[in-house]
Design a binder for this molecule. Structure first.
Ligand SMILES: Nc1ncnc2c1ncn2[C@@H]1O[C@H](COP(=O)(O)OP(=O)(O)OP(=O)(O)O)[C@@H](O)[C@H]1O
Ligand SMILES: *[C@@H]1O[C@H](CO)[C@@H](O)[C@H](O)[C@H]1NC(C)=O
Ligand SMILES: *[C@@H]1O[C@H](CO)[C@@H](O)[C@H](O)[C@H]1NC(C)=O
Ligand SMILES: *[C@@H]1O[C@H](CO)[C@@H](O)[C@H](O)[C@H]1NC(C)=O
Length: 348
């Protein structure tokens, strides 16, 4: 396996996010229409979706797989690394079977899972509705939504935050606990550590603009895909639809830690990934796949980030990190859900 030039310390990377159990089902167009869901989207469930989950459970075959954007990325990252517990994860779950499944899968992957447990609520779930090659996500956060900053005040957890040198938080967590995000972001800036986020979904830029723009000055590396970048551009009145221009403008937005410029990484499905590094634009092609190899793109973006992180936290340059991101995404796409073969065969 790939090994860096130095031994990676335990807890080098810390992630925070919504631990969700994905309920994956293949549905018909009529089902999406009935519940007002777009073919390709990621939304938060509201009260109107409770009945949708019930109907799905009654009328469709559901496969349960561990999910949650940040936790997926961390599982993939840890899969690529040689030793367990290089990665720590915070998020909130209930005290139920779903939480056990999530903890077990993430731990098996080697992630040091430190959940905040709220006994009075259920563990979050995410409807993953597959229709043709499309995928509609509907997240019912439940316990994940009850995460509080108190979790960071627990002595053991304080130590995890201090020990880490890199932080990754998908934008979805902006809907849950901005104070926790800001605490970690400021710690990173004060100690010249690397703080990374993901635009996560168009609705984050559209409806959570304020917490997003408060966190952004602390972001050293920002990930996203083309539609998320477009939503960000619109929310910030960028007056351009060109992905390279948008990425460049995001990189140029104000930054607290002036010791390094902001890196922006925008994936575009099978099109090249756009990277802004030190103000310069780079393009990195993806690994081409045939139609037959393309099984399920769910989790491609998370896997890409996981692969990127695995190399980046070992001190590798961005170009090497992108290469590993493409490898991870390509692997996950060729299986159902955000899953991978037992052994990682990555050759840097
Ligand atoms: N059709 C494809 N062929 C080859 N690689 C792909 C394809 N789709 C996605 N990938 C890989 O996955 C990466 C991320 O893809 P994409 O931009 O679709 O992310 P995303 O939309 O955030 O993913 P998600 O489906 O998880 O929301 C790409 O940069 C590439 O490495
Ligand atoms: C658990 O969740 C409930 C319901 O949202 C909330 O009122 C309560 O404050 C949470 N408890 C803790 C310890 O976070
Ligand atoms: C920025 O870099 C300088 C020199 O490398 C260092 O002395 C300083 O502590 C860094 N700033 C922060 C916020 O760590
Ligand atoms: C980008 O991600 C969103 C979810 O945030 C998804 O709906 C969309 O299909 C993705 N775009 C591409 C080109 O993969």
């Amino acid at each position: 396996m790939a090994s860096g030039d130095f031994e990676l310390a335990e807890g080098t990377l810390l992630g925070m996010g919504n631990p969700l159990l994905d309920m994956q089902a293949r549905v018909e167009k009529a089902f999406l229409d009935k519940w007002n869901l777009k073919e390709n989207d990621a939304i938060l469930a509201d009260d109107s979706h409770v009945a949708m989950f019930e109907e799905l459970d009654k009328t469709h075959e559901i496969e349960y797989v561990p999910g949650g954007a940040t936790q997926n990325a961390l599982r993939v990252c840890q899969w690529i690394l040689d030793e367990p517990h290089r990665v720590t994860f915070f998020g909130a779950v209930g005290k139920d079977k779903y939480a056990d499944v999530l903890r077990e899968k993430a731990s098996a992957a080697g992630v040091n899972v430190q959940y905040q447990v709220n006994e009075s609520v259920k563990t979050g779930t995410c409807g993953v509705l597959l229709y043709q090659n499309f995928r509609s996500l509907c997240a019912h956060l439940a316990a994940a939504n009850t995460f509080t900053i108190d979790h960071l005040d627990v002595e053991a957890n304080k130590a995890f935050v201090e020990k880490a040198k890199f932080y990754y938080i998908a934008g979805f967590f902006l809907t849950v606990c901005p104070p926790a995000i800001m605490r970690v972001a400021k710690h990173a800036a004060e100690h010249n550590k690397i703080f990374m986020m993901n635009l996560a979904a168009p609705f984050i830029s559209q409806f959570f603009t304020q917490p997003l723009m408060e966190a952004l000055p602390y972001v050293d590396i920002l990930f996203g895909n083309e539609s998320e970048a477009a939503a960000f551009a619109e929310a910030n009145k960028f007056d351009t639809t060109c992905v390279k221009e948008i990425a460049k403008k995001i990189a140029e937005l104000p930054k607290v830690n002036k010791n390094r410029t902001r890196t922006v990484v925008i994936t575009q499905g099978d099109e090249p990934t756009i990277v802004i590094e030190n103000g310069e634009v780079f393009e990195f092609p993806v690994i081409p796949l045939t139609k037959e190899q393309l099984v399920d793109t769910n989790g491609a973006g998370d896997a890409f980030v996981g692969g990127f992180l695995a190399e980046y936290i070992r001190g590798k340059p961005v170009a090497d990190a992108i290469k590993c991101g493409n490898f991870a995404a390509s692997t996950i796409i060729q299986q159902n859900g955000c899953t991978y073969p037992e052994k990682c065969e990555y050759q840097p």
